[in-house]
Design a protein around this ligand. Structure first.
Ligand SMILES: Nc1ncnc2c1ncn2[C@@H]1O[C@H](COP(=O)(O)OP(=O)(O)O)[C@@H](O)[C@H]1O
Ligand SMILES: N[C@@H](CCOP(=O)(O)O)C(=O)O
Length: 325
């Protein structure tokens, strides 16, 4: 669940009076998600999402996230649009939390995506990378090499509780990634968390992307590697080459990957697998028993990381992929 902060109807009505959104008719907490508290609101106008930003989100980052959604939406990407208050501000406060109203996006996330959906995700990711051009505010990726080291320092001592030998393996992996991380690839605004639960579909058509709260400036191909990890493995841990091919072909049909980006995909995929392994491991070790949040399995990402270590060329992800020369 992710309703960390409760609200009263009276406070909510006061909050809504600052917006041109009609009268509140009903509201309910949304169980999905892990970072923030979300409510679905029905009003005499359109349905809305109310987000209360919880402690893991830096308040100083909110202008980046909200401004980015506006920027992408203005450039034709289907994503939630933050609503301005009467005074023009995008951010308010409710129950002592920073709070925003964003437009409700129609659609559902897919529990069992197929290759055709991976193709749509690839296209949408490339569309987002292009639409992100020209966005003025910058936000460095706090969860890249330096951030991974900090997370690892907090978990290393207890890592062998999760699997014997992990402390040594991950320390060596970090050293490898530090030595081999690509430096001169095209960079821009990336989503950085485009997992299944953040992509909505209506039937087989992709209706939009949500949850821009890890978005930042980083290598565009790193975002592709995140999607390869999130969309192209089966529940049994095996890589699905049909899905990988569809995702990469979809991406390249909108924004072709250069030869350098293509060659970097195995190392980038090791990095993105490590990133999700580390945040999940940290949560696994620190979330108290009985907390009302579903802990995600770090070992799923350890297995993906180990898979990528054996990849020597992008052809193993997608045999027929064509890249820009
Ligand atoms: N703009 C939106 N339109 C429709 N549903 C949304 C929207 N934003 C969030 N949701 C719903 O809230 C859930 C959690 O949102 P998300 O942004 O992923 O939260 P978190 O950042 O806490 O992980 C989503 O799975 C979805 O069901
Ligand atoms: N996608 C991450 C966790 C972040 O969850 P979200 O609900 O904010 O998308 C993971 O799977 O570890």
């Amino acid at each position: 669940m992710a309703v960390y902060t409760d609200i009263t109807e009276t406070d909510l009505k006061h909050f809504l009076a600052q917006y041109d959104v009609g009268e509140l008719t009903s509201y309910k907490g949304i169980a999905e998600g892990v970072e923030n508290t979300n409510f679905l609101l029905h009003t005499t106008k359109d349905p809305l999402i109310l987000t209360l930003y919880e402690k893991r989100v830096e308040k100083s980052d909110l202008p980046f996230f909200l401004g980015l959604m506006q920027h992408l939406s203005e450039r034709g990407l289907s994503c939630p649009l933050p609503l301005p208050r009467w005074d023009g501000e995008l951010l308010g406060e409710l129950s002592d939390r920073p709070a925003a109203l964003i437009s409700f996006l129609e659609g559902m996330w897919l529990r069992k995506p197929e290759a055709k959906h991976c193709r749509e995700v690839g296209k949408a990711l490339a569309g987002m990378h292009i639409a992100g051009e020209g966005f003025e505010i910058k936000r460095p990726n706090a969860l890249s090499l330096e951030g991974w080291k900090v997370l690892w320092e907090k978990s290393a001592e207890r890592a062998d509780e999760v699997e014997t030998g992990l402390e040594q393996e991950i320390t060596a992996e970090l050293a490898f990634l530090e030595a081999h991380w690509p430096k001169n690839l095209p960079a821009g605004v990336i989503h950085a968390d485009l997992f299944q639960d953040n992509v909505f579909f209506l039937g087989d058509g992709l209706s939009g992307l949500i949850d821009f709260y890890f978005a930042c400036n980083d290598l565009l191909a790193y975002d592709v590697s995140i999607c390869l990890n999130a969309w192209c493995f089966e529940k049994d841990g095996s890589y699905n080459v049909t899905k990988g091919s569809a995702l990469l072909e979809g991406y390249c049909s909108v924004r072709p990957l250069s030869a350098e980006e293509r060659d970097a995909l195995p190392v980038l995929s090791r990095g993105s697998a490590l990133r999700f392994f580390l945040t999940r491991l940290y949560d696994w070790l620190t979330t108290p028993e009985g907390a009302l949040v579903v802990k995600k399995d770090p070992l799923e990402y350890l297995r993906k990381l180990r898979f990528h270590r054996h990849i020597s060329s992008v052809a193993e992800y997608a045999p027929a992929i064509e890249v820009a020369s």
